[in-house]
Design a protein around this ligand. Sequence first.
Ligand SMILES: [Zn+2]
Length: 157
Amino acid sequence: MDKKEADKELLAIDSGDMFQPYRWSVGKYGSKFLLELKENKKLFGVKCPKCGRVYVPPRKVCGRCFVAMYEFVPVSDEGEIVVCAIIEFGFVDPETGKQRPVPYGYVFVKLDGADTALPHFLDSADPEKVKVGARVKAVFEENRKGSIMDIKHFTLI
Ligand SMILES: [Zn+2]
């Protein structure tokens, strides 16, 4: 097998059926973010009192000013792609345990009103349309569970 072929080869190890339950706290800020997403389809960030940056998802301390942040602010469910990729390599989604159909888009979205970017899936893999600067909108799951996957994916607008 030449190097090019070897790079494409996927190894699979059959470990049988396995189930590992887990539970971990997302903290106060993560809880508010995920509850608003689940209950109201609203997205919130937290604003730095010193520099004014709005972080989405919210975090406790501004990474630039090292000050605590307490002010939650709503942000839009629409925004702009700041980083994008079209994935053409198989990937088992840890949220579902199933392989995502390829190709698919993966983007970092700066929501309107936010200063940071939120990574998520995009429902398009069209190289003519999936570009930095393209406008996108969140598509919410109908039955939300309190997870970042309550945003089903983003879609181009
Ligand atoms: Zn700051």
